[in-house]
Write a protein that binds this ligand. Structure first.
Ligand SMILES: NC(=O)N[C@@H](CC(=O)O)C(=O)O
Ligand SMILES: [Zn+2]
Ligand SMILES: [Zn+2]
Length: 425
């Protein structure tokens, strides 16, 4: 195993120092380190963060390997500065059995670019009718702790209650895609001024807020852990704020795109901007940013949702919802939050690692800590070219935009997965 000496690097924004990585861990931290056997990485001007952790990634394998595979998605993640991703269950077949979650987990190990932690489905086939074999998935080699029907809402309150009760035994989490289906029938975008102008059926904010309100009450009643996926409205933030103040065990995520893009983008009729929940208003963005700063929203999660060309380059109404996120998330966070390195580490690494129970991830570089870290050049700017992305899909909403920050290197347990901004394998 090669040793690496990262010289003159700022650890989470502090004054520059050296990091020696050896045998998979951070061996030493301090000024003027030397090691004759180590490969030197010049860290001048770079910031080291604990490797990013994504609570919400769609890898599309098994079933839609044309859109993404565990390997291509893992490479996109490593290039984005990630060392661990949680893979959503809406694959084909659905990850609703021990067999499928173990398959995804094994493919992640084989790719070896990030730790792939499978999420299990809550209900069989995401159909919302019967609980999936949560216990078998938890006991499997994949050791599933987060369950989600993401893509669909667990709309039946009795089933949601049963799921929360079931996972309590092993301190599991139900991650909810909060969408009251009766309020979003035929919805194409956010319900508001722009949808009225365009004559498109809207998805009202209340369709999200009503489910979050119900679910925090259920989680409170049962005493279980609830996680809310892709929070997108100011009203949702208020529901979460009140629940947290009462001590409900609820955590929440926001996506990079909901922190930056508004429903005005729908005016282009370019389906690259079609996503669930939909892009909202500038007032929602302001509330989401404030909630991220004050901790009502715990994490930034990408909801990386690759889609094949034929599912995206068509009429808006027929296009699948979802956008890429892994390779641009850190840049969007930097753009939105500024160089608030401690906050970025908290929201994109430490807290998501803690929520998912991924020990060894989300820990700042210090002697003895597993060397899962990423090096960022905050001064660099890059223009996003969809064809250059490692993802198999091209549906980035940031095409030809120039964004701040570039991932220079990523290390997984002491081995580089990215060096000089390029994937190592
Ligand atoms: N976000 C999306 O618009 N799409 C996701 C599903 C989801 O996250 O709800 C997908 O799987 O494509
Ligand atoms: Zn969702
Ligand atoms: Zn999703």
């Amino acid at each position: 195993m090669t040793a690496y000496l990262i010289a003159n690097v700022s650890v989470v924004g502090a004054a520059p120092t050296d990091l020696l990585i050896r045998d998979g861990v951070v061996a030493e931290v301090g000024p003027d380190l030397s090691a004759s056997d180590a490969t030197v990485v010049d860290g001048t001007g770079l910031v080291a963060l604990p490797g990013l952790v994504d609570l919400h990634t769609h890898l599309r394998e098994p079933g839609r390997e044309d859109a993404e595979t565990v390997e291509s998605g893992s490479r996109a993640a490593a290039l984005g500065g990630y060392t661990a991703v949680c893979a959503m269950a809406n694959t084909s077949p659905v990850a609703d059995t021990a067999g499928v979650v173990e398959q995804v987990w094994r493919l992640g190990r084989e790719a070896g670019l990030v730790d792939v932690q499978p999420i299990g489905a809550v209900t069989v086939g995401l159909a919302g009718e019967r609980l999936a074999e949560l216990g078998a998935m938890a006991d499997s080699a994949a050791r599933v702790r987060i369950f989600s029907d993401d893509g669909h809402c667990v709309a039946d309150p009795k089933l949601m209650r049963r799921a929360l009760e079931y996972v309590k035994a092993f301190d599991g989490i139900i991650a909810q895609h909060a969408e009251e289906p009766r309020l979003t029938e035929g919805a194409q975008m956010h319900e508001g001024e722009v949808s009225t102008r365009l004559g498109l059926i809207g998805w009202p904010a209340v369709a999200e807020e009503a489910i979050i309100a119900r679910d925090v009450l259920l989680a409170e009643h049962v005493g279980s852990r609830l996680h809310v996926c892709h929070v997108s409205t100011a009203g949702s933030v208020e529901v979460l704020r009140q629940a947290k103040a009462r001590g409900v065990r609820v955590t929440a995520e926001v996506t990079p795109h909901h922190l930056l893009l508004t429903d005005e983008r729908a005016q282009t009729y370019d389906p690259v901007f079609k996503v669930n929940p939909p892009l909202r208003t500038a007032a929602d963005i302001a509330a989401l940013r404030a909630a991220l700063a004050d901790g009502v929203i715990d994490v930034i999660a990408t909801d990386h949702a690759p889609h094949a060309v034929e599912d995206k380059e068509c009429e808006w109404a027929y296009a699948r919802p979802g956008m890429l996120g892994l390779e641009t998330a850190l840049s969007i966070a930097l753009d939105v939050l500024g160089p608030e390195w401690d906050l970025i580490a908290e929201r994109m690494s430490r807290t998501p690692a803690r929520i998912a129970g991924l020990t060894g991830h989300g820990v700042d570089p210090a002697p003895g800590v597993p060397a899962n870290l990423t090096l960022i050049d905050p001064a660099a700017r890059r223009t996003i070219e969809p064809a250059e992305l490692a993802s198999r899909s091209r549906n980035t909403p940031y095409a030809r935009m120039t964004l701040p920050g570039r991932i220079v290197a990523t290390f997984l347990r002491g081995e580089p997965t990215v060096l000089d901004g390029k994937a190592v394998k």
